[in-house]
Design a binder for this molecule. Structure first.
Ligand SMILES: [Zn+2]
Ligand SMILES: [Zn+2]
Length: 233
């Protein structure tokens, strides 16, 4: 119920931006939409890169969970997981989930598209979208700007859902068509990330990966990103 309300608020917020854009819409909306789609991909790549390498707080028990030697559906594992998750913050859990995704990539694909949209949408994108509603209502910018912003917000909200679909066999006709049009990235392109863990962090369309890879290589070489952060200490 709460999720339905928040999703409704999010889509209303996007619709309001588009309604404000309509009176001054022109050809610039098309490049703005493409730029918005690129920006969503770039945001997904930069966040993914930082989360993969951000070290987990030592001594929380996350390392025991990560390297658990037995079955992960056992009562012992689930009890330990509850105990550890109760000890860490929501943000630490998100950081851990990024790391856990590498040894267990297919877990992400088990969740539905809408379920994977909840985190990015409710925690990050919806508050930004509401603030931008107020700004656009006050400033009435040219129509291309809200259009680009709506596409960016929508892409960012769906970023983890697109990532989940990269770890699922059956993604449906719409996503397959978007992949054929190169508007959404392919499984093979994302596998390059899982093979190296040092590149190709973006998960929406992959257009920003050359730029994200440049950032990652500079940060890794300078030591700002340390390989130790890839696994819980
Ligand atoms: Zn990763
Ligand atoms: Zn992945």
């Amino acid at each position: 119920m709460k999720a339905k309300l928040l999703f409704s608020l999010f889509f209303f917020s996007l619709a309001l931006d588009l309604a404000l854009a309509i009176p001054s819409l022109d050809w610039r909306a098309a490049p703005a939409a493409l730029a918005g789609w690129y920006a969503a991909d770039l945001a997904s790549g930069l966040v993914h890169m930082i989360m993969d390498y951000k070290p987990c707080r030592p001594g929380t028990g996350l390392r025991d969970l990560y390297f658990w030697p037995g079955p992960r559906d056992s009562a012992a594992f689930l009890a330990k997981q509850d105990e550890v998750y109760a000890r860490i913050s929501r943000f630490e859990r998100v950081v851990y989930d990024f790391k856990k995704h590498h040894p267990f990539p297919d877990l992400l694909g088990r969740h539905s598209f809408l379920h994977l949209m909840k985190g990015p949408t409710f925690v990050v994108v919806l508050p930004i979208s509401l603030v931008l509603n107020v700004a656009f209502l006050a400033l009435r910018p040219p129509g291309w700007l809200p259009v680009g912003v709506v596409v960016m917000l929508l892409g960012a909200a769906m970023s983890q859902a697109f990532h989940g679909a990269l770890h699922r066999d059956d993604v449906g006709r719409t996503l397959r068509a978007l992949r054929t049009a190169r508007l959404v990235m392919s499984r093979r392109a994302h596998q390059a990330h899982h093979d190296s863990l040092t590149q190709d962090f973006a998960v929406v369309n992959g257009w920003s990966n050359p730029l994200v890879n440049l950032c990652a290589s500079v940060l890794l070489r300078s030591g700002a990103l340390g390989k130790d952060g890839l696994e819980p200490a």
